[in-house]
Design a protein. Structure first.
Length: 131
């Protein structure tokens, strides 16, 4: 069954939190969720400026709010100049599949937020086999 990546991430975060809050859940079940989240993380944007990949922030994420952390490697005149950190917040939406906010540390150089919205939008909406 093909399911969008953002839904699979939300489901695994929900499962992980329910297991952590349970008195009887074995650690192996929590570990299983974390392994699945790592596999989903590997499907998130990496490269083309997002050179350090994307990490799911398990401390801040909840079933109804996914937080992704990453950095963009800026280039000028063919040379890397700086890293710009950013945070992607994915929230549920009644009007569309999800609502996405991107918070960039520092100035939004060369409309980076437009590029990141498009890149993460395509990635998060991709339907893949259940992990």
């Amino acid at each position: 069954m093909l399911v969008p990546i953002f839904q699979q991430i939300a489901r695994q975060i929900d499962r992980r939190l329910r297991l952590i809050n349970s008195d009887v859940a074995p650690q192996t079940m929590i570990y299983d969720c974390e392994v699945k989240l790592e596999k989903l993380e590997a499907l998130l944007p990496s490269g083309c400026g997002i050179d350090d990949g994307t990490k799911i922030n398990l401390e801040k994420s909840m079933p109804n709010m996914i937080i992704l952390d990453s950095s963009y490697h800026c280039m000028e005149d063919g040379y890397y100049t700086e890293w710009v950190d950013f945070e992607v917040t994915i929230l549920p939406s009644l009007a569309q599949e999800y609502y996405m906010e991107i918070e960039i540390d520092g100035d939004d150089i060369v409309n980076l937020s437009d590029y990141l919205h498009e890149t993460y939008g395509i990635s998060l909406s991709e339907k893949v086999e259940m992990i």
